[in-house]
Design a binder for this molecule. Sequence first.
Ligand code: PNS
Length: 161
Amino acid sequence: MRKAIYPGSFDPVTKGHIDMIERSAKLVDELVVGVLNNSAKNSLFLVEERVSMLKELTTHLTNVTIDSFDGLLVDYAKRIHATIIVRGLRAVTDFEYELQIAQTNHKVYSDIETIFLTTRLEYAYLSSTMVKEFASYGGDISHFVPSQIIERIYAKYGITS
Ligand code: PNS
């Protein structure tokens, strides 16, 4: 059985992430979306909020589960018996960082393979960081994130519409 992890911060989840989840779920038997619970990182949403938004947005995908993890990704992968890590590549600028992580993870856990999916062109520019910047100024984020979570993002900045 092919069990994969799609790890990330998802702070907040974007349309690009959802597209990656939908596409990678087709390639494996089971996909676990692993939300990094990084207390050191100043995240906009609590990990529980990020998990709950992802759950809401993936109810149509029967082989996808949402979970959170802290610590090293490889340790988490071992714990849940996943052998594949899925990551998205938006542009060549992502490559160097992703290559380094993939090679490091493979070095310490040789059973794990990282596979990369290129993001769809329409989401190639998209990042959670950019969404937060836009939202903080009250900018229109409807192109970037699923409609169900737009209000929750604005609310974090005290913006109501
Ligand atoms: O969405 P992001 O923030 O680009 O995701 C990065 C993530 C979560 C994949 C990466 O930071 C990670 O795996 N963190 C867990 C800690 C870890 O294993 N670090 C070592 C990587 S060499």
